[in-house]
Design a protein around this ligand. Structure first.
Ligand code: ADE
Length: 230
């Protein structure tokens, strides 16, 4: 899989992609992540990529020229499954989106900066838009990293068996059950007996029950969807 991330502030992107699971996935060639500096595509003599909005309003917008030129160059080199734009005015990214995107070959992720981007970019080039939550960040870079992480860890071979994503929170529409490791008694705080019983079916039942209770309490919206699917 290949992910091309386009940004006017590429410095924000590099470090998180150079550690831990994403680093290993890149080293093992499960994924190629390429960062593109939008300023390299600007025809402006000062490498400007933004301008004031028509009709007034606060903040600057990314202009069409560098974005069109960068995306069209990439599209000339390979076929992309999606050209994604990160923006708060879009559907919230969820586990099902990560699952679907982890099965694709080539993705472009465009990070908005400043106040947003020219609408013509969205209409002509973008095929999917995601927000990472109902709050506004200074730019799309952190959001693009969230998407990249959620997708890359699902690519087959990236996580070992012991880290399998199949048992993650959200995979069955529920939040994860609590986890414990050694020691069984830490300063008087005990690990629940059932987890030490060695009875796999009892453990599975306990985990489901814990997940259901936790989801009902913390995320009643998810719990309703889960109940309707049963
Ligand atoms: N850019 C700014 N805020 C964002 C958000 N909440 N999600 C995705 N991209 C963003």
């Amino acid at each position: 899989m290949r992910i091309d991330i386009i940004s006017a502030v590429p410095e924000l992107l590099s470090s998180p992609l150079e550690h831990s699971i994403i680093k290993n996935a890149r080293n093992k060639q499960h994924v190629e992540v390429c960062i593109h500096n939008l300023r390299d595509y600007s025809q402006d003599k000062h490498r400007k990529v933004d301008d004031y909005p028509f009709g007034g309003g606060a903040g600057m917008l990314l202009t069409p020229q560098p974005v069109f030129d960068c995306i069209n160059k990439l599209k000339g080199e390979r076929k992309y499954d999606e050209v994604i734009f990160m923006t708060p005015d879009a559907p919230v990214f969820a586990q099902q989106d990560a699952n679907r995107l982890s099965l694709t070959e080539n993705l472009i992720i465009l990070c908005g900066h400043y106040k947003g981007i020219d609408q013509r970019i969205r209409e002509e080039l973008i095929t999917a838009e995601f927000s990472i939550g109902d709050y506004v960040l200074s730019g799309g870079e952190l959001a693009a990293l969230v998407l990249t992480d959620a997708i890359v860890r699902l690519i087959p071979g990236v996580l070992g068996d012991s880290e399998s994503a199949l048992t993650d929170s959200f995979m069955d529409g529920l939040l994860d059950a609590p986890h414990y490791t050694r020691p069984a008694n830490f300063r008087g705080l005990e690990v629940p007996e059932v987890l030490r019983s060695g009875d796999h079916s009892k453990v599975a039942k306990w985990k489901t029950q814990q997940s259901e209770e936790k989801t009902k309490k913390l995320r009643p919206d998810l719990y309703d969807i889960y109940l309707n699917k049963q």
